[in-house]
Each structure stands twice: as C-alpha cells, then as structure tokens.
Write a protein that binds this ligand. Structure first.
Ligand code: C5P
Length: 237
C-alpha cells in the first residue's frame, strides 16, 4: 500500500490517504496535548507506544466481535485503517467517577458508578467538545437515533471486554471515550484506544496510569503507558 498526501493532522495523530480509497494510514506522533491543545509536549516513544497499544486493543475488540476500522500495524508508529465517514460525536462510559464528571457534579473521585454512565459530547475543539444528548444529535443531524443506539450498545460491549482485560492486569478501567464512523453503511469503531483517551488506575493503590499523569504534571507518563501495556500483554517491539 502506498502512502499519499496528508489529509488531516490532529493533536496526536496524522491521517494520510493511500492508493486505496477505502484505506487510510494513521501516524501516531509523539505529540501530547491537554486542555484542548493549550498544553502541548513531545514525549519520547509515545507514538510507538500508543500505536502498539491501540493495535492490541483493536485486535482484542475485533476478536470479541466488535467492528473496528483497524486493519494492521504498518510500522512502529503507523497503522492501516478503513476509511470511515466519522460521526462527530464522542461516546464516554464511566465505571468510576473522575475528571469531567467530578468537576460537573461535585461527586467524589473514585466513587463506583452502578450502572456505568453513558455520555455524549460533540467533537468540536473550538467549542471545547460540549456535552450533548440524543435529541440534539438528531435535530442537528450529527447522528440518527438508530446510529446513536448502535454506538451506545457497542460502547457498552467494549466496556465488558476491556474492563475484564484490564482487571486481569490488576487495573481499573475508570472511563474512556470512543468515536465511531460509517463504513459501507455499518457503524464501526474508529479513532484509537490508548491511555490518551481513557483512565486506568492500579486496582490496589489507585495510582493513575493514563493521560491524567500529563494533565496533572505527575511525570512518568510514557512509563505508565508501558507498564499498563506490559500488564495486559501488549508487545512494544
Ligand atoms: O474529561 P472527561 O472526564 O469527561 O473524560 C472522560 C474520558 O474520556 C477520559 O478517559 C478522557 O481521557 C476521555 N476523553 C478523550 N477526549 C476527549 C474527551 C474525553 O479522550 N475529547
């Protein structure tokens, strides 16, 4: 497969066209951002670590029957994915209270959420990804009710698979964000799954092992991602 022009550069990944109209190449860069790009830093090994991490998770999800855009890892920092028509809605599931939920509702960090919560956000940096709901998504044409129902069901299926995978590594999957798109009319999981887009705590000590280390200036960001990867069986070579 031949790499063609860059289509889009996000905060941590760049997307390239290929000679095949149905496939793209994702390039995971070392760039790390927080607070809507207000803080940017390059962290050595991050592109490679997240590319390997994402490939492993996407393979686990595909094995569990969840449709994903992932095709194969191409190099240390690149993967081939199916070209989706992205739905501009972010799906967030929370198993424990943290981050935005704590800030918004004043609940205690670490409180178990039973049942886990499901939230929708509009993918729009300029508006700081505002929280939305099904009604707004339908009215403004961001997603149909049927698509939203499918995204919600898939997001919870991902929770079942990944909660167990991380639990086996002595980790709590606190929360995560997923993005979906359409491929030949089917809702497919897109974007990436890495410690950039989820919260993971050590199950015993509740030490934070995700991007909150960067957001909160705790240091050891990539070392934490590698530790999580090792515990769940990701290969970084
Ligand atoms: O900030 P908040 O608590 O709402 O984030 C919930 C989860 O979604 C976290 O794991 C966070 O890393 C992820 N997220 C993300 N990208 C966003 C918003 C949230 O990866 N734009």
């Amino acid at each position: 497969m031949e790499q063609r022009q860059e289509l889009y550069a996000g905060k941590a990944k760049s997307v390239f066209a290929t000679d095949d109209p149905d496939h793209l190449i994702l390039h995971f860069r070392d760039d790390t951002s927080a607070f809507d790009g207000e803080r940017m830093e390059s962290l050595a090994r991050k592109g490679k670590v997240n590319n390997c991490f994402n490939a492993y998770i996407m393979e686990q999800l595909a094995a569990a029957g969840i449709p994903t855009h992932f095709v194969q890892r191409l190099s240390d920092t690149e993967s081939v994915v199916k070209k989706l028509d992205m739905i501009p809605v972010e799906c967030v599931v929370r198993n424990l209270a943290a981050g935005g939920l704590v800030k918004r509702l004043g609940v205690e960090e670490g409180q178990a959420l039973n049942p886990p919560t499901f939230e929708l956000f509009l993918k729009n940096d300029a508006l700081h990804d505002p929280m939305i709901n099904e009604s707004l998504a339908e009215t403004f044409g961001w997603a149909t009710p049927a698509q939203l129902a499918e995204m919600k069901a898939l997001t919870f299926r991902v929770n079942d698979v990944l909660k167990q995978l991380f639990a086996d590594g002595g980790l709590l999957l606190v929360d995560y964000k997923l993005e979906f798109g359409l491929f030949q009319g089917e809702i497919v999981l897109g974007d990436e799954f890495s410690p950039d887009g989820c919260r993971l705590w050590d199950a015993k000590t509740r030490e934070k092992l995700d991007k909150d280390r960067f957001r909160q200036g705790l240091g050891g960001v990539i070392e934490a991602y590698e530790e999580v990867g090792r515990r769940i069986g990701v290969r970084f070579d």
